[in-house]
Design a protein around this ligand. Structure first.
Ligand code: CAA
Length: 245
């Protein structure tokens, strides 16, 4: 059988973990990118106990050289990366008057520059092979904005800009590029939102609940499928109806 390799940045995070499990269940050799290799190993053995095999590669998505080294070494060890999922992301929520340049930059560097870094490397490697699937994880808040998230909303809106532009550049080269925009999903990131704020956010979700990481993983797997070759430059929203466009 063909060796299919998927690289998932933020692979040990809330949505990233579910994506790794889903793609592994579909027969991909999954390589999870993580910043802290020691924590990554704990994560890896927890998954192994559930019968899920995932490889690890250390990388700092905000650093181009680190991404290049990680991507190339993953290909050397496991074979060409066919699916890249950019799921690494952080929040540093504050109202504008408290949002220091450092809080702005941290989020832009990780979420937006991180996506650029991996997309640039994948664009070259995947077009050489004539096949690839790139899935960039954005957010409902990149579309609708959110009180306290000037940095995060800007980074997530920018991610879809990368998707739409790169999708056009790679359309004739066998590589699709799509965005998945999750809504509020049960992860540690969302658990950090103050309880009363989260309660009022839940009231704004027509489906009446938060999403699950598994629901996001299902959507990623759909975009990663070989049969999804006519879908490119799209923004798939998975937000329980919170924001429709
Ligand atoms: N609408 C209107 N007013 C609001 C408000 C809102 N949504 N949230 C806070 N305020 C008000 C406060 O009541 C306060 O008013 P006063 O000055 O009159 O007392 C003022 O704004 C400032 O509040 P704080 O001093 O608490 O400001 P802060 O900067 O420390 O914290 C906050 C504010 C960070 C925005 C906090 O309310 C918060 O965490 N909100 C949630 C933000 C959010 O939804 N983040 C999503 C994280 S998950 C994620 O991002 C995943 C994804 O993709 C969906």
């Amino acid at each position: 059988m063909e060796n299919r390799v998927a690289l998932v940045t933020g692979g040990t995070g809330g949505i990233g973990t579910a994506v790794c499990i889903e793609l592994a269940s579909q027969g991909f050799k999954v390589v999870a990118g993580c910043r802290d290799l020691e924590k990554g190993r704990v994560w890896q053995s927890a998954l192994a106990q559930q019968g899920v095999e995932c490889e690890l590669v250390q990388l700092d998505v905000a650093d181009y050289e680190s991404c290049f080294h990680a991507y190339i070494s993953a290909e050397e060890v496991h074979g060409p990366v066919q699916v890249l999922v950019n799921a690494a992301g952080i929040t540093r929520d504050k109202v504008m008057k408290k949002m220091t340049p450092d809080l702005w930059q941290q989020v832009i560097d990780t979420n937006l520059t991180g996506t650029y870094n991996l997309c640039r490397i994948a664009a070259t490697c995947m077009t050489e092979k004539g096949y690839g699937r790139i899935i960039n994880i954005s957010s409902v808040n990149g579309r609708k904005g959110q009180f306290g998230q000037v940095n995060y909303a800007a980074s997530k809106a920018g991610i879809h800009g990368i998707t739409m532009s790169l999708a056009q550049e790679l359309a004739r080269k066998g590589v699709t590029v799509n965005t998945l925009s999750p809504g509020y999903v049960m992860t540690e990131m969302v658990a950090k939102v103050p309880e009363e704020v989260l309660e009022s956010i839940k009231q704004q979700i027509p489906v009446g609940r938060l999403g699950t990481p598994e629901e996001m993983a299902h959507a990623v797997a759909f975009l990663a499928d070989r049969r999804s070759g006519f879908i490119t430059g799209s923004d798939l929203s998975a937000n329980g109806g919170m924001h429709m466009y």
